[in-house]
Design a protein around this ligand. Sequence first.
Ligand code: RBZ
Ligand code: NIO
Length: 352
Amino acid sequence: MYDQLQEVLGNIKPVDNSLRGPIQAHLDDLTKPKGSLGRLEEIAMKYVLATGSDCPILKKKKVFCFAADHGVAVEGVSAFPAEVTPQMVYNMLNGGAAINVLTRHAGAGLDMVDIGVNHDFPDHPGLRKCKVRKASANMAEGAAMTVDEALQAVMVGIDLAKEAYADGYHLLATGEMGIANTTSAAALFAVLLDLPVESITGRGTGIDDSMLEHKISVIKRAIETNRGSLSTPLETLASLGGFEIAGICGLILGAASVGMPVVVDGFISSAGAVAAMKLSCQVSDYLFFSHLSNEQGHKIIMNKLGAKPILDLDLRLGEGTGAVLAMQVIEGAIKIYNEMATFSGANVSERQ
Ligand SMILES: Cc1cc2ncn([C@H]3O[C@H](COP(=O)(O)O)[C@@H](O)[C@H]3O)c2cc1C
Ligand SMILES: O=C(O)c1cccnc1
């Protein structure tokens, strides 16, 4: 499996920056003052570079919402019990969660992925059964996953991205559900981005001051406990991550390896993205960060990555909710690129 991952990493190519000039010339030729569509123009530039096509297509889009349980939940780091993870997966399969409403609104597909929930789900057309194990282990007492399990979860994400590409999807988004996963995400940021734990640990589902202090101490203990196995990004992901975060990392790598852009949701999905960025320095060319999460530290993380999230709506939910909203902004940017009239008179069909 390690060889398969290396092959995928080898297939992630830097975008062709020689296309920047012609793309900018087209944006400047659109019937508007130069630069007046602001970030929409940056987004169009990024999407066109990522796909490498002067006539970009953005029609089929899908959110993959990865669900998993976390052993560290027993430390009392979330405002909700672990049982909420499978309950929310059922809610999502029944169409009643926030992500269902927003994917319907956006005309996007939604696949739920059980990659590590501590529950046996019946078959359901909206559920991908890809469980690696029923919950990660408590990272405060040892590695959350073995390296082999983390690799398996990364490969699940890679395979789903490649399958979506083969099915004709143009844009993917990440989402997640897993009680206590802001604890894992914060631990990963602290180690992978060398940031102080206090600066990137937030209230998640809404914990109070004393629980926040406790959460910070649990994360510090997890980092100390796993100190001997944090030397590579994959080892760090295994020691401190979770199955859904590893799956998100894989989805990003798989999509980038076939030249398909991915929208990264909030705080937790960003941890999967950081792991992917540590495994491949080219992958960021294919990533859109959907929104600035209201979770403490996300701004510090975005600044450290030099990333400019598309939206800032004080969201702090996850599931892929910000990502699917941002997909619609990206769609607007691509319609602008493809459909506006130009000063020089060239229209889309002529460019085709
Ligand atoms: C009902 C409910 C729906 C959710 N949807 C996403 N999350 C979000 O909250 C969790 C992370 O926060 P923490 O680390 O504090 O547990 C994740 O499941 C995340 O997706 C939810 C949480 C709850 C309770
Ligand atoms: O931004 C997120 O992904 C997030 C923040 C808080 C709780 N759950 C998810």
